[in-house]
Design a protein around this ligand. Structure first.
Ligand SMILES: Cc1cc2nc3c(=O)[nH]c(=O)nc-3n(C[C@H](O)[C@H](O)[C@H](O)COP(=O)(O)OP(=O)(O)OC[C@H]3O[C@@H](n4cnc5c(N)ncnc54)[C@H](O)[C@@H]3O)c2cc1C
Length: 410
């Protein structure tokens, strides 16, 4: 490896993405001291899987709320003033922004899903497209960095933010593949695979999120920010924005419910594995349901499946309950509610994605059986999401207000 940045001491340690809350908290504790100037000045560098010392790599834990955004912010702001850790705090709010935005433009997700099916169908009738796609997903394009990141993604389930941006840009503008296929490839393999952050980031790169503004991956930039590890050739030199005829109308954020007041069944899902904390009292029983396979019409990568399943299994470890998967969630929910004798089910408010889709489908059957579903929203989301109705800038300027509302400012 050439040209190691001066002044940075690296420990050559690949991150073990252990799917437990304890492991997430430990990583947060180790990285907290670096969330100030160090993060702001080095975060754009991708030093490789062995050297994740300049970014937190917390996303797999935060995405499933094994540790929450609020916990991360509390820890960071315990050792930094907001001004010192501003960059890091803003990054945490990008996740909030994307979730809040998709909540208010749900057709972005439904249209992505239908276009994805069409894109897979198009592969079957277009041998040249099929060849380019096969080369891309097997890391055989001949573009050194791209091929490396494909292998890294499949092996580790994690990529640096810039690697994601460069890959998405090369996918769309150099390989000229449909963006939906690339987004799906990511969603199947990322441990932090998330409908909002993933879909909207791909759209951002392609010029569909901030209309007309694209992200072009440049060889010199890749060489510099990978510290000379790659020197790609043949990259597109222009990135004309993709366009779409659909106009995604803004919808109000779907209603949420008050926390349950009497006995209830706690439904844990991969969207919020810490949701017991937002309930007012202990549940009468717990149920854990997985919707990981609903992230894609294709099989989900082994590492991503394992992370989510083991994370849920770990949270359920003190009970005799095992994680389950089902297409019709009303069946396991009604069975569990009946077994423990309750008519109320409480779960963390599910954002747009496969968990939400399953709960929406199940809810009327639950109601027919006299079982009420409470979707309990976190303060973090209910306070911040309304600001996620346009570009990120609007939410960014409100970060101090949001932090003050959450009582997180010293
Ligand atoms: C094409 C593309 C696809 C992506 N797909 C996903 C995805 O499926 N799931 C996902 O969680 N993130 C996704 N991201 C966003 C971002 O790349 C990751 O959240 C980030 O790289 C995680 O690494 P980290 O924890 O080391 O981040 P750090 O730089 O340490 O940031 C701290 C935390 O802030 C949040 N964060 C940072 N950058 C972003 C961002 N750009 N968008 C949203 N949240 C952010 C994450 O929770 C992260 O853990 C995608 C980005 C791109 C460009």
């Amino acid at each position: 490896m050439s040209g190691v940045l001066p002044g940075l001491a690296f420990s050559d340690e690949p991150i073990a993405f252990t799917p437990t809350r304890a492991a997430g908290l430990q990583r947060l504790e180790r990285f907290a001291a670096r969330t100030g100037r160090h993060y702001a000045s080095t975060r754009n560098y991708d030093f490789g899987a062995e050297r994740r010392t300049n970014v937190s790599a917390l996303s797999p834990w935060i995405r499933h709320r094994l540790i929450t955004e609020e916990e991360v912010l509390i820890r960071v702001l315990a050792s930094h003033r907001l001004g010192q850790a501003e960059k890091f705090v803003q990054e945490v709010f990008w996740r909030t922004y994307f979730k809040g935005f998709l909540e208010q433009r749900p057709s972005v997700w439904s249209m992505y899903q239908s276009e994805l099916v069409k894109s897979y169908q198009a592969l079957e009738s277009d041998p040249s497209l099929q060849l380019t796609y096969s080369q891309a997903v097997s890391g055989a394009t001949g573009i050194d960095c791209f091929d490396h990141w494909v292998t890294e993604l499949i092996r580790t389930g994690y990529l640096h933010n810039y690697a994601r941006m460069w890959m998405a840009s090369i996918w769309v503008f150099t390989l000229r593949l449909p963006w939906e296929l690339g987004a799906d490839f990511f969603l199947r393999h990322l441990l932090d695979g998330d409908p909002a952050s993933n879909t909207l980031s791909w759209r951002w790169v392609a010029g569909l999120h901030t209309k007309g503004k694209t992200y072009l991956a440049r060889a010199e930039n890749i060489e510099k920010y990978t510290n000379g590890r790659f020197s790609p050739t043949g990259l597109a030199r222009v990135a004309d924005p993709l366009t779409e005829t659909a106009d995604h109308p803004r919808r109000p954020i779907a209603p949420c419910n008050a926390p349950p007041s009497g006995p209830y069944l706690l439904l844990l899902t991969e969207e919020d594995l810490s949701s017991a904390d937002i309930m007012p009292h202990e549940p009468a029983g717990v149920l854990g349901l997985l919707a990981t396979h609903g992230r894609s019409p294709q099989p989900i990568g082994e590492a991503a499946q394992r992370f989510t399943k083991d994370a849920l299994r770990g949270i359920l470890a003190s009970t005799d309950v095992q994680p389950q998967s089902a297409d019709d969630w009303s069946v396991p929910i009604l069975a569990a509610a009946q077994r423990i004798g309750v008519r109320t089910v409480a779960t963390a408010y599910p954002p747009i994605g496969p968990v939400r889709a399953r709960l929406d489908r199940a809810e009327s059957k639950l109601a027919e059986a006299g079982v009420l579903l409470h979707r309990v929203i976190r303060n973090h989301d209910s306070i911040a999401w309304p600001y996620a109705n346009a570009g990120f800038f609007k939410l960014k300027t409100k970060i101090p207000t949001i932090l003050a509302s959450l009582n997180l400012l010293r």
